[in-house]
Each structure stands twice: as C-alpha cells, then as structure tokens.
Design a protein around this ligand. Structure first.
Ligand code: PEP
Ligand code: MN
Length: 354
C-alpha cells in the first residue's frame, strides 16, 4: 500500500462524503458521521461539472472555508475535484488534502495539461477518474501528463464509462479496462467509485464487492445525511447508516500473492486452465483451417463470403449447445461474434488475393 494511502488508516482505503458540498451543516454532519465510522478522508464536490446547464453547479470557494473549519474541528481530510488551474490554485491555497480530476476533464488533454502545470511538483495525492468514453489511452495520458510535472502521489478512480442505449448501470464498469490500467501500472493505487458506476444506492454493495474481489485498493462512496433531498446525484447517495451496513457486509479478500500456502493448490488448478486454453486454441486453429478451405471453395465458384442463413444457424445452434454446457447465451453470442468476424476477415482475404 502506498504511503499516501495508508496515512488514513483503513485498508482498503474508504473515501466517503457527499456528491456536492451544499451547506456548512450538511458537510459537517456527513464528515462527523463518517469519521465516527473510522473514515478519515471525506469527499465533496465544490465545483460540479454538470452535463446539462441549470443543475446545481456547486457552491464554489465558500465550501473551502467550511472545509478549513471542519478539518480542524473533526481531524478529517478532504478530497475535492479540480477542473481548471483556478480550482487548483484555490485548493492549494486552502491546503486541501487530496484532489481528483473528473471524468469530463480526463477526456480533454488541454484541460489535463493545464491542471498538471498548475499542480507541478505537488506532493498532494492526485486521483484521475477514467475518461467518460472507454479509451484507455486518455486515462494513461492524463496520468502521464501529471507524472511529467513531477507529481508522484498518483492514483486512479474507476467510475465507469458512458454508452448509448439501455443498461442497469449509469456508467458501465468495463472492468477489464481498469484491470488493463493496473497491468501497465501495477504500483498505481486503483479506487472504485460504485456510486457513479451504478447511479443507484441499492447497487453500491454489489459493485464494491466486485472491486474488492478484483483487489482494488479503495472505494469512494457518495454519502449524504439525507440522500433523497441531495442537490446532486440523489439516487446514488447512501446515508451514513447505510454506508456502515455496506462496509460491514463486504467480504475483504486477501491477495493470493501474500499467501504462499495457497499457491500450490492455485498452481494445480491453473495448470488445468493452461491445458484447457491450449485445447481451445488448437480447436480454433482447426476451425480457421476449415474456414480457409471454404474460402478457397467459394473463390473457385464465385460464391459470397457471407451466408446469412448459415450465420443465423451457427449463432442459434451454438447458443443452444452452450446452454447444455452451462455457458451463458450472451457469452456464447459475444464469443461467436468474434470468431465469425475473424472467419469473415480470413475469407475476404482469400477472395481478394490476386
Ligand atoms: C463526482 O465525483 O461527483 C463526479 C462529478 O464524478 P465524475 O467525474 O465521475 O462524473
Ligand atoms: Mn456525484
């Protein structure tokens, strides 16, 4: 665990507090309630980036004066979002403990660069939320821009990604993207934001548990004394009692790498997985050879690459076979989309060779 993270005691780190600082009393009440649960890092939005105008946009600098007072009185630390160099200047003037860059800023390299320059050399922890669109390079890019300005205490917040259409998530988690970030930057603390992923206070527990099972280093959970009447993100905030229940009900798994006694058993099972994967790849190789044969045949007889009836039949029959093998329909569908795309690509190449 990074030093900047362990200073607030809890492992994994928990950051809790309102989406937005609304009034002195609201902020004080929340900070006290979470501190009484042993949480010492309190989040609160001071300037709120709203997707559409005419929503509450934060109280601005006034909230920083509240934080000055509450911090002294309750011995808590504060984390806030900064969206431009003026925010940075004010946050540093008020000695705010942790700053984060919001999802709508991470998408914009100009904004990130300006913020990074304003932060040059700071030893404050700076957390970078994933960009709203699922583009890993923007997330890396923001972290690199900060690292280039000699900022060492970095972390990432996974808050999910925008999409078009229906989903039970407000922002789909796309867990594999955060895992990819961690694979490239193994020392970077990774914090999950189940509030913005779900958009629903009844899903916070479920998403937090997934994050812990994936070995995340912390959680940031929007907490408000009266969530239903919150001035922003009312549906996803929990009250302090609910936060307490969620944190108590979570299972806190141990990293296998820290337990040599479990290694042998894991290695034995992993060997089985290696063998199964080799079989999968060999079967794919066989399938692609047959695909090439069909491609040659279609070329010789000038037949189309795509045969919709056959593709329809493949999708349906494989989903049915999968069902008997306890494999989810959507999983088989996604898998065959990929396999079919690969097959079409190979056949198209064969059709068009000189
Ligand atoms: C927030 O944390 O309240 C917020 C605005 O988050 P995001 O940048 O993830 O939308
Ligand atoms: Mn919010």
């Amino acid at each position: 665990m990074k030093e900047w993270m362990s200073q607030w005691g809890r492992q994994p780190l928990v950051i809790a507090g309102p989406c937005s600082a609304e009034t002195y009393d609201q902020l004080y009440t929340t900070a006290k309630a979470v501190r009484d649960q042993g949480i010492r890092l309190v989040r609160a939005g001071v300037w709120k980036p709203r997707t559409r105008p005419n929503n509450f946009e934060g109280v601005g600098e006034e909230a920083l004066f509240w934080m000055d007072d509450i911090r002294k009185e309750l011995d808590v630390a504060f984390a806030i979002e900064v969206g431009n160099p003026q925010h940075v200047e004010l946050a540093l003037k008020h000695d705010i403990d942790v700053l984060w860059i919001g999802a709508r800023s991470t998408v914009n390299p100009f904004t990130v660069q300006e913020i990074a320059e304003a932060l040059t050399g700071t030893d404050k922890p700076i957390l970078v939320k994933n960009p709203i669109n699922p583009e890993l390079a923007l997330w890396f890019g923001a972290l690199e821009r900060l690292a280039n300005r000699n900022i060492k205490n970095l972390g990432a917040i996974h808050r999910g990604f925008s999409f078009f259409g229906e989903s039970r998530f407000r922002n789909v988690p796309a867990w594999h993207m955060a895992i990819e970030l961690k694979r490239e930057m193994p020392d970077l603390p990774l914090i999950c934001d189940p509030s913005h992923i779900s958009g629903d206070r009844n899903m916070i527990q479920e998403i937090s548990q997934i994050a812990l099972d994936l070995n995340y280093d912390g959680l940031i959970i929007e907490t408000h004394p009266d969530p239903v009447n919150a001035w922003s993100d009312a549906k996803q905030q929990v009250n302090p009692a609910m936060l307490h229940d969620i944190l108590r009900s979570l299972r806190y798994p141990e990293a296998a790498s820290e337990h040599p006694e479990f290694r042998n058993k894991l290695e034995e099972i992993r060997h089985g997985i290696d063998v199964a994967d080799r079989e999968i790849l060999e079967a794919l190789h066989r399938r692609m050879q047959l695909v090439d044969q069909i491609g040659e045949y279609k070329r010789a007889h000038n037949l189309t690459v795509l045969d919709l009836d056959r593709w329809q039949e493949i999708l349906e029959s494989r989903q049915k076979w999968g069902k008997h093998l306890n494999l989810k329909k959507s999983f088989i569908r996604d898998l065959y989309m990929l396999i079919h795309q690969g097959s079409i690509r190979r056949q198209t190449k064969i059709m068009n060779k000189d």
